[in-house]
Unconditional design. Structure first.
Lengths: 174, 557
């Protein structure tokens, strides 16, 4: 998993570099300053899901299955909320501001970078959901603790990437 | 390390109907079978890529030749480059890594056998996808339209406007898919080496081949992924109307170059480091001496890996970077020469004073040392940016990198084939055919690639379709093409040797070379479970300890 994370980091690095390289090189509008709003609430959702998954894994290791399951479902809910936030933002950008991936350089780089991250969140949510199904069926116990640790590593990585994306797109990029 | 050999009744495996056998090969998760699948599929692509090279050479044999049309010529050099790098060199080296790494560290398989199979099929199907473009590049009506924009597909050539149809899409997808396969394999190699070493195999006792494959796999993770990212961007440009590399909307063609070469240059080291690994195993065995300077070899490998990540823009001196960038990349590129030089000295140091046996693997290894040195020297010449401004995109460059890839990588691979074929099949490759192969290939290689430097210096650009008579290029190109045919003949001898020896070769036994690493302690070919009992090692040369209990290495390390 550490290897995969290293490889994924390299992919994200390239996309972040492309985003930074093309900042302010738009020939036509809209520009980030005009249309982007900082999604503070959804960011808090995603970052706190890192905490809940960490606690869930800890509880599982100690064999407290009930607390694990509750926190696990909470993680999925928080991740889902974040994804909804992204969807809402994209909807607003597309229908109110007419910004699509082919509008200008900002559109291309923004949707690619945020989309790549959202894709990783989605993939993570699918895997978390599979674990939740097994958990509800009572098949996740202390024995699977190691696998859950690995999975939570992936989720932490997705969150860490969001910190970078957030900084680049919403703080530096405006 | 007792009772290493368990006899499996051979009759059982031979009697299976061929459908069963085929099913076993297709559904296998065994690292040895997957290794062989990698190698065989890569050899198949080697023959195809070689035919493409011959078509290029026939076209350039004399001035104003019309052997193929300009369009076909463009497709040939594009497909030749892409095939040779992504579907010959990478898979064949992964194949050897797959086969040898678990055996050398005393493991019974790779860490993730199913991921291993998945990675192989991704790489292989990526190759098929690339070649499907010959059929489906412009739909079935436009059959025969493979990608034709060069193996680096510079923007804006890769954009929709300049490569219509789907041939470039097949190129992009093939590289993306096989790239994911490479990442999977790299993760697998790293996990295997870090987690599955047998008792006593401390990290500083691993054979150098294992060390170098570890470094290679680490580089794959960082180097292949920028290419994957860039391919995703190219797909976004081509399918969603994005503007990453679209200069009319403010995008940048130079950014593609950067992304491509951030992949492209470390890739060279991804390919050459496993070849260093072969050398570091083969040269000591045929010099009858342990490797000279083991820790320095490891340090030099890691050093090359780090420095090679910061040299990519030496491919781009002619696009007009500022003088600081030019100086930086000139210096870093020259710096790579230092650890590489250390390695060459160490190999020579290993041979020095040894009782050298000139078997075929050793012949190819010595060829490697000599040619890789020259390739490195022309590399240093071109690292000087003013010199590069003069010769960039000329046949001098083509000669340089073929010196690395054919004279270095391919020679090392042939050495590896002759060395490990007995382990893989249980039979020796014929020494007589091997000597024919070596000398023919050596003559062909030098005829082609030594001479190729000269038209480059005379100003012949690469990728040129044909040229005017009277520039002094005719005779030289004719000689180059003759050399190419001699190499092709040598490859045929090699393939004949592989097939002939598989059925008629001398039985090899466990340890035909009197070698020292763990793979030679088990039967050839190894049983499915590799090691009947997990070996315990106490030094860098476990088999030496076993053969010389009175004077084991472990006493000195």
């Amino acid at each position: 998993m550490a290897g995969l994370i290293l490889a994924e980091s390299a992919i994200f690095t390239i996309f972040v570099v492309a985003y930074l390289f093309y900042l302010g090189k738009n020939i036509t509008g809209p520009t980030p300053r005009e249309v982007l709003e900082t999604p503070i609430f959804y960011t808090i959702c995603l970052l706190s899901s890192s905490l809940t998954i960490h606690l869930a894994a800890r509880f599982l290791a100690r064999g407290i299955g009930f607390a694990f399951l509750g926190l696990w479902l909470l993680t999925i809910a928080l991740g889902g909320l974040f994804l909804y936030g992204t969807a809402e933002e994209w909807h607003r950008l597309i229908y109110e501001h007419g910004l699509t991936i082919s509008t200008n350089l900002f559109g291309t780089t923004y949707y690619s970078l945020v989309g790549l991250h959202a894709f990783h969140v989605t993939a993570g949510l699918i895997i978390l959901a599979i674990v939740a199904v097994f958990g509800l069926a009572g098949r996740v116990g202390v024995k699977q603790s190691y696998h859950i640790e690995v999975l939570s590593m992936y989720w932490h990585f997705v969150d860490a990437v969001w910190v970078v994306v957030f900084t680049v797109v919403y703080v530096l990029g405006r | 390390m007792s009772s290493n050999v368990i006899t499996v009744s051979v009759g059982q495996t031979d009697a299976k109907p061929w459908v069963d056998e085929l099913h076993h090969w297709l559904a296998t998760v065994d690292h040895k079978r997957l290794g062989i699948l990698y190698i065989v599929s890569a050899l198949m692509f080697l023959l195809i890529g070689g035919i493409e090279a011959l078509i290029i050479r026939i076209q350039l044999m004399h001035s104003h030749n019309n052997f193929v049309s300009p369009e076909v010529f463009n497709r040939m050099f594009t497909m030749h480059g892409t095939t040779m790098i992504f579907f010959v060199a990478m898979p064949i080296l992964f194949g050897f890594a797959n086969y040898l790494v678990p055996l050398m560290i005393g493991a019974r398989d790779m860490a993730f056998p199913r991921l291993n199979a998945f990675s192989f099929w991704l790489s292989f199907l990526g190759g098929l996808l690339l070649y499907f473009s010959f059929l489906g590049g412009s739909g079935l009506y436009g059959a025969g339209s493979a990608p034709d924009v060069g193996w680096w597909s510079y923007a804006p050539l890769g954009a929709r406007a300049f490569s219509p149809g789907h041939s470039s899409d097949y190129w992009t997808l093939a590289l993306l898919v096989s790239g994911f396969g490479s990442i999977g394999t790299a993760i697998n190699i790293i996990a295997t080496i870090l987690c599955l070493r047998c008792p006593g195999m401390k990290i500083n006792r691993m054979p150098l081949l294992v060390w170098m494959n570890l470094v290679m796999a680490g580089m794959v993770l960082i180097a292949i992924t920028p290419l994957s990212a860039a391919q995703i961007m190219l797909l976004i440009d081509r399918y969603f109307g994005g503007h990453f590399f679209d200069t009319q909307a403010g995008g940048s063609a130079v950014l593609w170059m950067h992304f491509f070469w951030i992949f492209g240059h470390p890739e060279v080291y991804v390919l050459i480091i496993p070849c260093f690994a072969f050398m570091s195993e083969i040269i000591p065995v045929f010099s009858r001496k342990p490797i000279f300077g083991y820790p320095v070899m490891v340090a030099a490998t890691v050093c090359i890996a780090f420095v090679s990540m910061s040299v990519w823009a030496h491919h781009m001196f002619t696009i007009g970077m500022n003088s600081y960038a030019n100086s930086f990349f000139t210096l870093t590129t020259m710096a790579v020469g230092i650890p590489t030089g250390i390695k060459i000295f160490n190999w020579i140091g290993t041979m020095w004073g040894g009782r050298i046996q000139f078997k075929t693997p050793m012949l190819f290894s010595i060829g490697f040392l000599f040619q890789f040195l020259i390739a490195g020297l022309t590399g240093i010449m071109m690292a000087a940016s003013p010199f590069d401004w003069q010769l960039s995109l000329s046949y001098f460059v083509v000669a340089h990198f073929h010196y690395v890839i054919v004279g270095g990588i391919l020679f090392a691979l042939f050495a590896a084939f002759y060395y490990w074929y007995p382990k893989m099949t249980g039979r020796m490759l014929s020494e007589r055919l091997g000597k024919w192969h070596f000398w023919l290939f050596l003559i062909g290689f030098h005829l082609t690639f030594d001479v190729m430097h000269i038209p480059g210096l005379l100003g012949m650009p690469r990728r040129i379709y044909t040229y005017e008579p009277g520039r002094g290029w005719d005779t030289l190109n004719f000689i180059i093409s003759i050399g190419a045919f001699i190499q092709a003949l040598a490859i045929l001898v090699f393939v004949a040797n592989l097939i002939f020896s598989y059925f008629k070769g001398v039985r090899a036994g466990n340890d035909p070379w009197d070698a020292w690493t763990l793979e030679w302690s088990i039967s050839s070919p190894p049983p499915a479970y590799d090691f009947a009992t997990v070996p315990v090692v106490a030094s860098r040369r476990p088999l030496w300890d076993l053969k010389h209990p009175e004077n084991p290495d472990s006493r000195y390390e």
